[in-house]
Write a protein that binds this ligand. Structure first.
Ligand SMILES: [Mg+2]
Length: 173
């Protein structure tokens, strides 16, 4: 279980919004009173198994980016310096994997599960969109490693795209 900024946690008494988080601690805000406090992340994960407690996940990119980069570090991927060329090539490789999923007959919306030889007992999600998700995960990890907020970059590029001509002046694709 991991938490990101803006996750909403509904308990039987009140609703909380996650403000800050790290591996061990979650700072949350009571949404009715604005009161902030810090709770143990492992305790919170246990509470979410109790009836009446519920997590409404946020898909805020800045929060996801931070969790993704921390996970990559925890799993050892940043113990040695990584080149920009390698990181870009790895994003390409995820899109090639997405194409292979489609070539072998999987529709984009299909998710299926396989046994991962390196991770006995856990089911690995597979499919076109799972590989697209891997590409986004790698992009967010790459951005975090350079201290860039990729969500802000997307907003700024969309702002520019809105100014462009219809079909960019007649492009066919
Ligand atoms: Mg992949």
């Amino acid at each position: 279980m991991f938490f990101v900024r803006h996750d909403i946690i509904r308990s039987p008494q009140t609703n909380y919004r996650v403000i800050h988080f790290n591996d061990a601690r979650v700072e949350w805000e009571d949404m009715s009173t604005g009161f902030r406090s810090v709770v143990d992340a492992a305790w919170l994960a246990e509470m979410l198994k109790v009836d009446g407690w519920q997590l409404e996940p946020s898909y805020d990119l800045a929060g996801l980016q931070s969790v993704i980069h921390q996970t990559a570090k925890d799993k050892g991927w940043w113990e040695k310096p990584r080149t920009t060329g390698d990181l870009i090539a790895l994003m390409h490789s995820e899109l090639s994997e997405a194409l292979e999923e489609f070539r072998t007959g999987h529709e984009p919306s299909e998710v299926y599960y396989s046994q991962d030889a390196d991770n006995a007992g856990s089911e690995k999600p597979e499919g076109v969109m799972v590989e697209v998700a891997d590409c986004i995960i790698r992009a967010l990890d790459f951005a975090a490693s350079h201290g860039v907020n990729l969500g802000e970059m997307v907003r700024s590029k969309m702002h520019y795209n809105n100014t462009r001509a219809y079909r960019h002046g007649g492009k066919t694709l």
